[in-house]
Write a protein that binds this ligand. Structure first.
Ligand SMILES: *[C@@H]1O[C@H](CO)[C@@H](O)[C@H](O)[C@H]1NC(C)=O
Length: 445
């Protein structure tokens, strides 16, 4: 996972009216841009995408992408299956019992067994009754979705309650293009798009078998956000077309089987910088409309696996310069721009590890932030008509990335001062980290 503090932070500190030229890291062009198109001395205006050019240090120009021939952009959908039912008009979580991941419950039970302090052990065990999303981060896990859906279906029939299973779709080719810790299994160069379609098809095949279970999916954490701000990273510009095609395929196919979807939208410290809001809203809206406006796309997910508050009591010092210093400010600013682009402005917000603020040395610190605590419990009582649910998307205790500097997926963010060390590989259990999340939970467990 990349949790990137905006490249624009420096620019955002400087009011536009004092500029003779766009500042370092400032915007200098793009569709609808009316500001300066020249950069201050030492910076060069570099084309990122049709919405965005940016002043980058002249001595650090991005390397040309290895993918020099860009495939045609996503074609208008042909042969896209239509859903058999219309989505509920309102909040898809309303009236549903959320399925508890047995895998996470097992992890938590084992973790609690390793805690000797009786009070902490009891608190830890409470975590297994709090719903988290289930991540499908490799194709080999797709059959497991059928197992969970069958279990949820049986529980629904036994209890008379309606069940909802929360999943994360996370297997794009060249995944995590601006970081290293969560590199995926598929590469664009090696048949990645076909493999990704197969991954989606396998999820769809399982979902079709259980029409009575509702599914809410977060689509591809970090991917589209990387296309908004990180096209100066060669792997991201090389992945741009695949990310768009893959996302389009995912939302069209999952729409056809009635999966309620929230596309990942980064967080306040990423797309929430004022200069990034409009390019982000444009990207989401354009992609959505080009995909045929799939009805089951409900909105966006924010703060996935991150640490921001929904409502910060006061701005964390690391957010300085961004008026959108928490998720609520970010959402309130982004929503009208989405609406004007024709994109449904509903949100879910991850608060699983947001219990403690003021921990980070930089807003971009995203890896196993030291001292974090479990946050607000999942609830539909969100305090905002824009937000359908506060959710726990990242299963707390599963590692963000290894701190082993010799490991292939080592990312420097996992070795910095504010990261908890030593840390195992991304996705694997991190006992010491889990114990801290329990101890620092806010509200307490
Ligand atoms: C760190 O990674 C290297 C390379 O994979 C491995 O040989 C070594 O055992 C790892 N060290 C630790 C402490 O896990």
């Amino acid at each position: 996972m990349l949790k990137f503090a905006a490249l624009l932070s420096a620019a955002s500190l400087i009011p536009a009216f004092v500029q003779a030229a766009a500042p370092l890291y400032g915007q200098c062009g793009g569709q609808g841009w009316t500001g300066d198109t020249t950069c201050v001395s030492g910076a060069t205006c570099v084309f990122s995408n049709q919405w965005y050019s940016q002043c980058l240090p002249s001595n650090q120009q991005p390397q040309p992408s290895t993918a020099t021939t860009v495939a045609p952009t996503t074609a208008a959908p042909t042969n896209v299956p239509a859903p058999t039912t219309a989505p509920d008009a309102g909040n898809p979580f309303n009236g549903y019992t959320i399925y508890l991941s047995p895998y996470y419950a097992d992890e938590v039970t084992a973790a609690a067994a390793a805690i000797s302090d009786a009070t902490q052990k009891a608190k830890a065990l409470r975590v297994k009754d709090i719903p988290t999303f289930i991540w499908f981060d490799v194709i080999a896990k797709t059959p497991q979705l059928g197992v969970y859906l069958a279990d949820a279906d049986a529980k629904a029939k036994a209890s008379g309650e309606k069940y909802l299973v929360q999943i994360v779709v996370y297997d794009l080719p060249d995944r995590d293009c601006a970081a290293a810790a969560s590199n995926g299994e598929f590469s664009i160069a090696n048949n990645g798009m076909n493999n990704y379609r197969r991954y989606i098809d396998q999820l769809v095949a399982e979902i079709k078998k259980y029409p009575d279970v509702r599914i809410v999916a977060v689509i591809e954490p970090d991917s589209l956000a990387n296309l908004v701000t990180n096209l100066n990273v060669a792997k991201c510009s090389g992945a741009q077309d695949a990310y768009k095609q893959g996302t389009t395929y995912a939302i069209q196919q999952l729409n056809a089987v009635g999966v309620y979807m929230y596309l990942d939208a980064g967080h306040a410290g990423w797309l929430g910088w004022p200069a990034n809001l409009n390019p982000a809203a444009q990207l989401f809206s354009d992609l959505y409309r080009a995909a045929g406006s799939p009805q089951f796309v409900r909105g966006l997910a924010t703060n996935v696996a991150n640490y921001n508050a929904l409502n910060a009591a006061s701005p964390d010092p690391v957010t300085q310069g961004n008026p959108n210093y928490d998720e609520m400010h970010f959402i309130n600013q982004l929503a009208p721009q989405l609406t004007s682009g024709g994109f449904p402005a509903h949100f879910i917000v991850d608060q699983g590890r947001s219990g403690v603020q003021g921990l980070r040395q930089a807003w971009g610190d995203w890896c196993n932030v030291y001292g974090a605590g479990f946050g607000t419990r999942p609830t539909l009582n969100t305090g905002s008509s824009l937000i359908d649910a506060i959710v726990w998307i990242k299963p707390g205790g599963e590692c963000d990335g290894t701190s082993n500097t010799s490991a292939a997926r080592y990312d420097t963010h996992c070795g910095i001062a504010s990261a908890h060390k030593p840390a195992p590989e991304a996705g694997t259990w991190f006992q010491a980290y889990f114990e801290n999340l329990v101890k620092n939970a806010n509200p307490p467990l």
